[in-house]
Ligand binder design. Structure first.
Ligand code: GSH
Length: 218
């Protein structure tokens, strides 16, 4: 069975959980407590020397890191419920939007960057917060303009079925909502987010339903 090293609040792990659940792929979650720096412990660094979550373990020994590589692996291994369509050009556009979240937005919003800003550069909370708000608005503005009033935009980012783009949109919106970013200027983004939330795969991948969070409140 696949094993996923995950942490409930990790945006990158959130994407992977949604995809695994959408495919109905059996997997075991192994929780990494990032609040207590478990991702920087010797055991986890042995798996992923970058100390970043998620990591997927295949056949008990192969480690795949990088959420976009993991998503592509899942798509190839479980083609039955595709998250990428047959149409090559459309696949290119879906990957492009997915990368906007994976490669451009999320890296502006990671613990190690904030820690470095705070501990090594003396950047105070308000300035770190301004950085986060700036890059999230910058990203969501671009996403809204790519999706609003476009023929291809349907109930989801591309048409009426979820794709990798939706799998990547939802965790970034979840994160922004949790940290109080005003999303009112992005109605299409919010509408698609709400539609995704009605699907069981997205619910099962959500931070609120993860055992590591539930264990904290029990
Ligand atoms: N490019 C990586 C990024 C992974 C990443 O940034 N993970 C965050 C959680 S969302 C993390 O582990 N951060 C730990 C840290 O910043 O120290 C991917 O897409 O998998």
């Amino acid at each position: 069975m696949l094993k996923l090293y995950t942490y409930y609040q990790s945006v990158a792990a959130h994407r992977v959980r949604i995809a695994l659940n959408y495919k109905g792929a059996p997997y075991q979650s192994i929780f990494i407590d990032m609040d207590h720096s478990e991702h920087l412990g010797e055991q986890y660094l042995h798996l992923n020397p970058e100390g970043l979550v998620p990591a997927l373990i295949v056949n008990d020994d192969l480690v795949i890191t990088q959420s976009s590589a993991i998503l592509e692996y899942i798509e190839e291994r479980y083609p039955e419920r595709p998250l990428l369509p047959q149409d090559r050009e459309l696949r290119g556009r879906i990957r492009s939007l997915a990368q906007l979240f994976i490669a451009d937005m999320q890296p502006m919003n990671v613990m190690r960057v904030y820690k470095y800003m705070q501990d090594e550069m003396g950047v105070d909370y308000d300035k770190r917060r301004a950085w986060y708000e700036h890059w999230m608005s910058f990203g969501f503005k671009a996403v809204e303009s790519l999706l609003a009033n476009k023929d291809d935009t349907g109930a989801f980012c591309f048409g009426d079925k979820p794709t990798l783009a939706d799998v990547c949109l939802v965790p970034q919106v979840w994160n922004a909502s949790k940290y109080g970013i005003d999303l009112s200027a992005y109605p299409t983004v919010r509408r698609i987010y709400r539609t995704c939330q009605t699907l069981s795969a997205f619910q099962a991948g959500a931070p609120e339903t993860q055992a590591d969070l539930l264990a904290q409140s029990s």
